[in-house]
Design a protein around this ligand. Structure first.
Ligand code: NAP
Ligand code: MG
Length: 477
C-alpha cells in the first residue's frame, strides 16, 4: 500500500515583518518604556523573537493622562458618525495587513497559521466593522437617548487570542466614545504593538488608544490608577477575583471574562460523526487554550464506547507540529509554565485512576508541545473534571438520563459555555433552558460572531462582550 505523506507547506516567516525591538504606544507615539525589557519568544522553537520595551507605573500614568486628554478634548465630544469612520478604517487596515498579523500572531503565540489566518484575524476585523456600525446608532441601542461613554477604560487581556481579545476590548470601547489603555499579555505583546501602528495609519487622534506592554504588575497598576473609569479584564479567575477586590469601594466599573470548564453533551440520537468534529473543534482548537473550550465530554452511556472509538480514530489524524505549516492542526503550547501546568493536571488524572489515551502523533523535540490527550473513566470529583486545564486534554464522563446530563454539566463553579448534540429540537430547547452557561451551542461548537454577546455565569465572570448587550459595558446607563 502506498502511504501518501503531506509535503511541508510553511507560510513565509518574512511576512511577519518582525522587528528586533518593539515599544509602548502612548499618546500616539512609540516611546521607550521605563520597565524591565522583556523578550518575547516563539513557543514552537523557544527562540527569541524580539525585545520589547515595557511600561513602568509612571508610563501607565502617562498613558492614562493621554487617554483622559483625548477623551475630554477629541474623542468624547466627537459625533458617533465621525468615530465610525475611524473604526471602519481600522477594520480595513486589519484586513489589509492580515497576512502580516496572522504570521506574527502564530510566531508569538504558537497557534497554527490556519487558525490565526482564518479565524483570529478575520474575526478581529469583523469586530471593528460591526462596532463601526454601532457608533452612530447608540441612541437606538435601547439605553435611552444619547447614552454617555464612561471615560478612560483600562483593559487587560490574556495570551490565548492576543489580537482577537484586543479587538473585543477596543472596538466597543471606541465605538461608544471611550478611550483606552490596554495591556497585552507578557508572552504575546507583538500583534498589539502592530495594532498601534494601524492606529497611527488610521490617523486615530493621539491618546485614544494606548498600549502598555508589561507583566502582571503593570496590569495591577492600571487597575489601581485613580484616573481609570472602567476595567475590562479577560484572564484567569484567580487574578479576576483579585481585581474585583481592588476595585471594590471605588467608582470604577468592572467586567470580568474568566475561565471555564464547559460540558459538551452528546445524546444517543446525535449524528456521531458530526459530534466528533464538534468535540475535536471544542477541545483541540487553539491547543485547548480557549476559555469556552468543551473540555468535559458528557457522553450518553449507550453510545459512549462507539463515540470514544470514533473520537480516538479522528484525533489520531490531527497533525501536530510547526505552527507556520498550513497543514498543522495543533500547534505549540504558549509557554513553559502552561506546559508544566498541563503536565501536572494530567498526572493528577493518572493518579486519580482515569484512563489516559494519547494521540500517536510525533512530537517535535524542540519547543513546547503536548499531544492531544483523552481521559476516559473520569469521575466528577477528579481534578481533571473540575479544574481548567487550558490545554489539548479532554475529560470524558458518561450519563444515562437528560436530568443527569443537566446535573453533571452544571456541576462546576464556572459557566461560560456548553455544547448539545441531539437530533431532537425539543430536547435542545429543554436543555438550553437548564444550562447555566453564557453561551449554549447546539450541534456545533466554538462559533463566534460580533453580534452575539459572549460572557459567563458564576466564576466565569460577569458582563458581556459583543452584540448590543456588549455596548452596555462601556456606557453610563
Ligand atoms: P492571567 O494570568 O489572569 O493573565 C491575564 C492578564 O492579566 C495578562 O495580561 C496578565 O499579565 C495580567 N495580570 C496578571 N496578574 C495581574 C494582576 N495582579 N493584576 C492585573 N493584571 C494581571 O490569565 P492567563 O493565564 O494569561 O490566561 C488564561 C486564562 O484566561 C484562563 O483561565 C482562561 O479561561 C481565561 N480566558 C477567559 C476568556 C473569556 O472571555 N472568558 C478568554 C480568554 C482567556 P501577564 O501576561 O504578564 O501575566
Ligand atoms: Mg511569545
Amino acid at each position: 500500500m502506498t502511504v501518501w505523506e503531506y509535503a511541508p507547506a510553511p507560510e513565509s516567516r518574512a511576512l511577519a515583518n518582525l522587528q528586533p525591538n518593539y515599544r509602548p504606544f502612548i499618546g500616539g507615539e512609540f516611546v521607550d518604556g521605563h520597565g524591565e525589557p522583556l523578550t518575547s519568544i516563539n513557543p514552537a522553537t523557544e527562540e527569541a523573537l524580539a525585545e520589547v520595551s515595557t511600561a513602568s507605573t509612571s508610563d501607565v500614568d502617562a498613558a492614562v493622562r493621554a487617554a483622559r486628554t483625548a477623551f475630554d478634548t477629541v474623542w468624547g465630544p466627537m459625533p458617533g458618525s465621525e468615530r465610525a469612520k475611524y473604526l471602519f478604517r481600522i477594520a480595513r487596515l486589519v484586513q489589509e495587513r492580515s497576512r502580516e498579523l496572522a504570521v506574527l500572531e502564530t510566531l508569538d503565540n504558537g497557534k497554527p497559521i490556519k487558525e490565526s489566518r482564518d479565524s483570529d484575524v478575520p474575526t478581529a476585523a469583523a469586530h471593528f466593522f460591526y462596532h463601526a456600525g454601532w457608533a452612530d446608532k447608540l441612541d437606538y441601542a435601547g439605553y435611552g437617548p444619547d447614552p454617555r461613554p464612561l471615560g478612560v477604560a483600562g483593559q487587560i487581556i490574556p495570551w490565548n487570542f492576543p489580537l482577537l481579545m484586543l479587538a473585543w476590548k477596543i472596538a466597543p470601547a471606541l465605538a461608544t466614545g471611550n478611550t483606552v489603555v490596554l495591556k497585552p499579555a507578557e508572552t504575546t505583546p507583538l500583534t498589539a504593538l502592530v495594532f498601534a501602528e494601524i492606529c497611527q495609519q488610521a490617523d486615530l487622534p493621539p491618546g485614544v488608544v494606548n498600549i502598555v506592554p508589561g507583566a502582571g504588575d503593570i496590569g495591577a497598576s492600571i487597575v489601581e490608577h485613580p484616573g481609570i473609569d472602567k476595567i475590562a479584564f479577560t484572564g484567569s479567575t484567580t487574578v479576576g477575583k483579585g481585581i474585583q477586590h481592588a476595585v471594590a469601594g471605588t467608582p470604577k466599573r468592572l467586567t470580568l471574562e474568566l475561565g471555564g470548564k464547559a460540558a459538551n453533551v452528546v445524546f444517543d440520537d446525535a449524528p456521531l460523526d458530526q459530534a466528533v468534529e464538534g468535540i475535536v473543534n471544542g477541545i483541540f482548537f487553539n491547543q485547548g487554550h480557549v476559555c469556552c473550550a468543551g473540555s468535559r465530554l458528557l457522553a450518553q452511556e449507550s453510545v459512549a464506547e462507539e463515540l470514544l472509538g470514533k473520537l480516538r480514530a479522528r484525533v489520531s489524524t490531527l497533525r501536530l507540529g510547526d505552527p507556520l505549516d498550513k497543514n498543522t492542526d495543533v500547534g505549540a503550547i504558549n509557554s513553559a509554565e502552561q506546559l508544566a501546568r498541563i503536565r501536572e493536571l494530567t498526572e493528577s488524572g493518572d493518579e486519580d485512576g482515569a484512563q489516559r489515551w494519547t494521540s500517536p502523533c510525533p512530537v517535535p523535540d524542540r519547543g513546547f508541545f503536548f499531544p492531544p490527550t483523552v481521559f476516559s473513566g473520569v469521575e466528577q470529583s477528579m481534578r481533571i473534571a473540575r479544574e481548567e486545564i487550558f490545554g489539548p486534554v479532554l475529560s470524558v464522563l458518561t450519563f444515562r438520563t437528560p436530568d443527569e446530563a443537566v446535573a453533571k454539566a452544571n456541576n462546576t463553579p464556572y459557566g461560560l459555555s456548553a455544547g448539545l448534540w441531539t437530533e431532537k429540537g425539543s430536547r435542545i430547547l429543554w436543555l438550553a433552558d437548564r444550562m447555566r452557561a453564557g453561551v449554549v451551542w447546539a450541534n456545533t461548537f466554538n462559533r463566534f460572531d460580533p453580534a452575539a454577546p459572549f460572557g459567563g455565569y458564576q466564576e466565569s465572570g460577569f458582563g458581556r462582550e459583543g452584540g448590543r448587550t456588549g455596548l452596555e459595558a462601556y456606557l453610563d446607563v
